[in-house]
Design a protein around this ligand. Structure first.
Ligand code: ADP
Length: 326
């Protein structure tokens, strides 16, 4: 096994709070093991345009508490083109980089895997997404901060909802996954939680609202955005049309992406960053760091086209129904 000497780190795809703590951990762990470390700015785009800089301990000072990513990120579909990746490989060779840590979601890991297949470098992924929906790991960096941000917003909305006896639909992120909606709905006392995995028609929802044991005012329904961000406006319109009950709408949107990472996100990010460097030193490649059954392990990159992690919390929906109705 050849010994690696120079590693690079980049952040790609959607940003997630805690990415900076992971970058810091990768940089400082690598330096502690006598490796040279490079930061690639702007995701795969920066790898292709050679936006690459050597980092030292000071480069990652004072960032553990910041949301977003100090290395910046991008969506760069051109990276699917093998000719574009050839330029990326040239730049890796120019800087003599022999290992790459990619922080991102499953899209970013597809890019990392291809690079590892096509170039003589080791690649390791660190799962980052506020949706917590990556197959192969129980936890992804950013989820805890996002759910706390969303919960704080729901608590604030509840104050005004109660005072005016208004009803609200609060829309949270979650394109393919209802995990965020489930957690904040349960913790925020939502009357109903609509998630992408279990389709509920407006007629069914209206039926449930009608059949409540007591008429609630100031009630909150949490809606995951699913494949139509902003879908809550249409749902509210239809509820009013069908039964005359007005629901105001609050879409939390990108507020859920930013902000100071929580203890949990900083802790997981720090440990995943450390384990990413350790696994590269141990000769591993084409792997993702995962947090499973309270342990940090390496697993294969998620197979392409498997989609989001399946929802396995139907029991929580039922428990929430009991708690919010009685
Ligand atoms: P995430 O990593 O959060 O899932 P995306 O799916 O947008 O976000 O992917 C981030 C980036 O990863 C893309 O903009 C692209 O640069 C790269 N990428 C995604 N899919 C592929 C692929 N099939 N081949 C090569 N690169 C890819």
């Amino acid at each position: 096994m050849t010994k690696i000497k120079r590693i690079a780190v980049l952040t790609s795809g959607g940003d997630a709070p805690g990415m900076n703590a992971a970058i810091r951990a990768v940089v400082r762990s690598a330096l502690a093991f006598d490796l040279k470390v490079f930061g690639i700015y702007n995701g795969f785009e920066g790898l292709v345009s050679d936006n690459i800089e050597q980092l030292d301990n000071k480069s990652v000072a004072n960032c553990i508490q910041r949301g977003g990513t100090i290395l910046k990120t991008s969506r760069y579909p051109a990276f699917k083109d093998p000719n574009v990746r050839k330029q990326a490989i040239k730049n890796l060779q120019k800087h003599k980089i022999d290992a790459l840590v990619v922080l991102g979601g499953d899209g970013s890991f597809r890019g990392a895997k291809l690079l590892g297949d096509e170039a003589d470098i080791r690649t390791i992924g660190i799962p980052c997404t506020i949706d917590n929906d990556i197959i192969g790991t129980d936890y992804t960096i950013g989820f805890d901060t996002a759910r706390n941000t969303a919960l704080q917003a729901i608590d604030k909305i509840r104050d005004t909802a109660f005072s005016h006896s208004n009803n609200f639909l609060v829309e949270v992120m979650g394109r393919a996954s209802g995990l965020l909606a489930m957690d904040v709905g349960l913790a925020g006392g939502a009357e109903f939680i609509l998630i992408p995995e279990i389709k509920v028609s407006v007629d069914e929802l209206v039926e449930r609202i009608r059949s409540r044991k007591r008429l609630k005012m100031g009630s909150i329904i949490v809606v995951a955005e699913a494949d139509k961000p902003g879908r809550s406006f249409k749902i509210a319109e239809q509820i009013e049309k069908k039964i005359g009950i007005v629901y105001k709408v609050c879409v939390l949107g990108h507020t859920q992406r930013g902000g100071t990472p929580t203890v949990r996100d900083r802790e997981v990010a720090s440990l995943m960053g450390y384990h990413a460097v350790k696994s590269l030193l141990a000769g591993e490649t084409h792997k993702m760091i995962a947090y499973n059954q309270e342990r940090y392990v390496t697993v294969d990159f998620p197979a392409p086209d498997l989609g989001a992690r399946p929802f396995a919390q139907e029991d929580l929906l039922e428990i929430n129904r009991i708690l919010s109705e009685s």
